[in-house]
Design a binder for this molecule. Structure first.
Ligand code: BT5
Length: 328
């Protein structure tokens, strides 16, 4: 965001402050002050004005300026009411040379999941993509997917939702009411009891020894009705679990701030991930590009490989779709 607008906003939140005083403080004209105030009102900020001057009365529920206001992380927020895909937009920004930008949307009309799957993104969600340029080899990039899962899980827990992580990239909520699993064999999936709250799609470009850019796309079902999401995915939302809407502005700030901390210390990500993981200790079936791996998930290794104890010994898996199985 425009640096002067940030300073206007900060001054208003300490207000009341008169137009002329603000103009002098910031070294801009009175009409420039007025334009900034009008732009902030346009963005949804409630700014009171009386004889004592201007003061900030209310911050909007969501939006770029709203999330930047009070954000303790060095990212610009580019906000869209509606956009096809924040990941696609972040990739375009990467091609233009940008970095440390969060593309944020209220609605996506062409949201993408992994392997060309669709990600349904109605109005009321938190759909965002974090673009940054870490100085690491390409092989380390998967750790940022795990970092995003940790950040989303922590933000959900702070919002009162007991989220857990399913390797590698899903944030789930376990529901205690009995699922509706219907199959009769031992490997019945327990998916009916775990509902998907967040999905993560990481994309990157670079040379083997060095990443050029990473885009971590995070889709949070925030204030959306699960009935508007694909039922076969067993979706849920923060609003559905809490029974009331979540403060999307605060949630987004916590998510981005935690991610910012974790990206600076990639080696600390795994411990936090283990703490939140529901996959470890479970029997899993992972469909990898090289075939199916089945057994007990015993650990995760840097930068994000799952260690599975199979009948034929230990195997590590870097990527794939993971299903939790009932214990045998
Ligand atoms: C993912 O893919 O879980 C990654 C989703 C990433 C979405 C974010 S939103 C911001 C950014 N911009 C984008 O365009 N994408 C990212 P995957 O594991 O492949 O899961 C996709 C599957 O989840 C679909 O095939 C559906 O079955 C299901 N699904 C679709 N929309 C869903 C939703 N809102 N909630 C839960 N499940 C959903």
């Amino acid at each position: 965001m425009n640096e002067t607008r940030h300073r206007v906003l900060d001054a208003l939140s300490d207000g009341p402050v008169s137009g002329p005083a603000l103009a002098e403080d910031l070294g801009i004209s009175r009409s420039a002050v007025w334009k900034h105030v009008e732009a902030l009102r346009e963005a949804g900020f409630t700014i009171a004005s009386d004889d004592a001057g201007y003061s900030l009365a209310e911050v909007p529920e969501f939006g770029g300026l709203a999330v930047e206001y009070g954000l303790d992380a060095p990212f610009d927020i580019e906000y869209h009411d509606s956009i096809p895909s924040t990941n696609a937009r972040a990739r375009d920004l990467a091609a233009e040379g940008a970095s440390d930008v969060v593309v944020l949307a209220n609605e996506q009309t062409g949201g993408r999941g992994r392997l060309d799957r669709d990600w349904v993104s109605p109005s009321g969600g938190i759909w965002l993509s974090i673009l940054f340029r870490p100085d690491v080899p390409m092989a380390h990039a998967p750790v940022y997917t795990l970092a995003a899962a940790v950040a989303a899980t922590r933000a959900a827990r702070e919002a009162g939702v007991e989220a857990t992580i399913k390797w590698p990239n899903d944030v789930l909520v376990s529901v205690t009411s009995a699922g509706t699993s219907s199959a009769g064999d031992d490997d019945v999936l327990v998916g009916g009891e775990e509902r998907k709250l967040v999905g993560i799609l990481t994309e990157m470009e670079g040379e083997a020894d060095r990443v050029s850019w990473v885009v971590v796309g995070i889709g949070v079902n925030a204030n959306v009705d699960p009935d508007s999401l694909p039922s076969e995915a067993n979706p849920t939302s923060l609003q559905a679990v809490r029974g009331e809407a979540v403060d999307r502005r605060l949630f987004t700030q916590r998510l981005v701030e935690t991610f910012d901390t974790l990206r600076q210390t990639p080696e600390s990500v795994l411990d936090e991930w283990r703490e939140y993981a529901t996959t470890l200790g479970k029997r899993v079936r992972v469909e990898t590009p090289k075939g199916v791996v089945e057994g007990e998930a015993v650990d995760v290794e840097f930068p994000g490989r799952l260690v599975v104890e199979t009948d034929d010994g230990r195997q590590t898996v870097s990527a794939g779709d993971c299903e939790h199985l009932r214990p045998v």
